[in-house]
Ligand binder design. Sequence first.
Ligand SMILES: Nc1ncnc2c1ncn2[C@@H]1O[C@H](COP(=O)(O)OP(=O)(O)OP(=O)(O)O)[C@@H](O)[C@H]1O
Length: 217
Amino acid sequence: MSLRLEGVTVAYGRGAARTTVLDGLDLEFAPGVLTALTGPSGSGKSTLLAVAGALLRPDAGRVLLDGEDVAPLGDARRARVRRERIGYLFQSGNLLPGLTALDQVLTMAHVARRRPARYRDRAAAALDAVGLAHRRGHRPEQLSGGERQRVALARALVLEPSLLLVDEPTAAVDRAQAGELAALLADCAGRRGCTAVVATHDPAVTEAAGRVVALAA
Ligand SMILES: Nc1ncnc2c1ncn2[C@@H]1O[C@H](COP(=O)(O)OP(=O)(O)OP(=O)(O)O)[C@@H](O)[C@H]1O
């Protein structure tokens, strides 16, 4: 899916405390490419991901997914866009305590409003694709930081989103795992043809990316 931001402006706060974080931003992201979004802390990387992912409405500008502006859509339609077309992976992975790796991925069947039994094979294949077939019965506390992030990546990919948005995925993993995760993200974009954007401070991720976009402070 192509993603284009046109004149995107986001400000937080009111009155004297109002701060403009994104100011008329124009950017385009192509399918099949992992783009690393860099820039100093506070430059708006997470804000850009939230806007692109239809989680935050911009104050001005257009957010075009395959040419359709999702910014003005109502809440129900934006929720549907998120559910059907976008995968998210955040810094901590946000796995649910007590659930096995396979069940973490299967939670997406509920998001897709399908019976989990019909998704077992797909969930297993998604875990296999991130190299965790042998960990499918493990719960989060039995997994390393990098493995937890890979489970979260499998969960983000199981519904085959055409846009993958990732925020600081390697913040809590060791260097070797960071490299593996970065390679997996690049491979996901290349092999699946999805548009992938990752906000990061990590050189391991920028090196794996096909393109780097730096936001100014
Ligand atoms: N909900 C909010 N209300 C008020 N200000 C906010 C809110 N969310 C973010 N900000 C401010 O907007 C600016 C940009 O935040 P954002 O999280 O997008 O930056 P970032 O580039 O992702 O930073 P980091 O690299 O530290 O994660 C920061 O100054 C932050 O304090």
